[in-house]
Design a protein around this ligand. Structure first.
Ligand code: CA
Ligand code: CA
Length: 373
């Protein structure tokens, strides 16, 4: 090889070496501990959010709206049914355990450390009555009634934790995953602690997260039942049951009140979600749901034109609504549900007057869920 060519060859090798070093540098930079931690945290945050949406969705679609699933059935670990919830007609054998990912339809959901998520539900969300006034009983960081459920990412081991591969015979022990007072079996949880013995990440499902969605479903089911009734009754709706007494009997000439158990003297349609005789899941809700019909669409009305119907403002000042359905939401400050014979115990102005109505975002001072046609 000529000296010049040899020199060029060496230069090329040096160049490749430098390029290689630079590339390795980028790779090392890509895997630096901070970046890895950010990626792990991102995956954990996404998994927690997906689990939360799935739990709320499960409750909304349940035959008993507002009910929460039990944790994982540990007897199914290692079997094709792994990830299903504990079977329980009423209360769960345990309120804390791993997320029942299969029952929730989210796949084998893992946090940023490859661990399955954990989950705890509040007492009171398995056995009727379950409705807007069912209180959240989980305390978080000393705040009472903070959560109806909590989802946890356990993170890697801390302190003296040991995690053998879980099996049905040796199910995962909460003490080996959740930390400090999060694993002591009571209803109080914490979101932080000294890093040498605490690394749990928590996502809370609060009362509004759950019931904001559940109440919309209930309102929709009721409106659907009333629409089905009208479709087979000349476009006209049933009379309401007056506020007092609370008997769910249709009262002639009553335009605003609760739903009667026997509209028009019969049952709600089999195509509608309210069971015959006003029973089943509806028992949990019927005291908290009201409706109002426009005079034109009462049983003795003409059902011809909405010249002067009901107003729901916002969204509109037009008196063009045939029917309004309102789910009360939980009692707000000043409302006493023990007094169940007056609208003001349930609804906020102007809905509490029962003549004209308003649809608003939920706030501490207004939480009626209003739907209409
Ligand atoms: Ca932990
Ligand atoms: Ca209300």
């Amino acid at each position: 090889m000529k000296p010049r060519l040899k020199q060029q060859g060496m230069t090329l090798i040096m160049l490749l070496f430098i390029v290689g070093l630079t590339a390795t540098g980028y790779l090392l930079h890509g895997l630096n501990p901070t970046t890895v931690k950010i990626e792990r945290n991102k995956k954990t945050v996404e998994a927690l959010a997906e689990a939360k949406a799935a739990i709320v969705g499960w409750s909304v679609k349940n035959d008993t709206p507002g009910k929460l699933p039990c944790p994982e059935d540990v007897a199914a670990i290692g079997f094709t049914t792994e990830g299903q919830e504990m079977a329980a007609a009423g209360n769960c054998p345990s309120n804390i355990g791993r997320l029942p990912w299969r029952s929730l339809g989210v796949g084998d959901l893992r946090d940023g450390y490859g661990e399955r998520l954990w989950y705890v539900l509040s007492p009171g969300f398995r056995v009727s009555p379950i409705n807007s006034d069912t209180p959240a009983q989980l305390m978080v960081d000393g705040v009472a009634s903070r959560a109806v459920a909590i989802i946890f990412s356990a993170g890697p081991i801390v302190g003296g934790q040991v995690r053998p591969t879980p099996t049905a015979a040796t199910p995962p022990d909460v003490i080996q995953y959740l930390d400090l007072s999060n694993n002591d079996g009571d209803n109080a949880f914490i979101t932080s602690g000294a890093s040498v013995n605490f690394n749990d990440e928590l996502l809370v499902i609060n009362h509004d997260d759950l019931f904001g969605a559940v109440e919309k479903r209930v309102a929709g089911e009721v409106l659907n039942c009333l629409e089905i009734f009208a479709a087979t009754n000349g476009g006209k709706y049933p009379w309401a049951s007056s506020l007092a007494p609370v008997d769910y009997i249709e009262d002639i000439a009553t335009l605003t009140g609760r739903l009667p158990d026997s509209p028009g003297g019969g049952n709600w349609s089999g195509a509608c979600a309210i069971p015959a005789g006003g029973s089943g899941w509806w028992l949990n809700w019927k005291e908290q749901v009201f409706f109002s019909i426009a005079d034109e669409y009462k049983p003795t009305g003409a059902a011809a034109t909405c010249g002067s119907c009901l107003t729901v403002n916002p969204p509109s000042a037009s008196a063009d609504k045939k029917i309004v359905v309102i789910v009360a939401g939980k009692a707000i400050v000043g409302q006493n549900r023990a007094v169940n014979t007056t609208l003001t115990s349930y609804l906020e102005a102007p809905n509490s007057v029962g003549i004209s109505f308003s649809q608003q975002h939920s706030t501490p001072a207004f939480n009626d869920v209003v739907v209409y046609r």
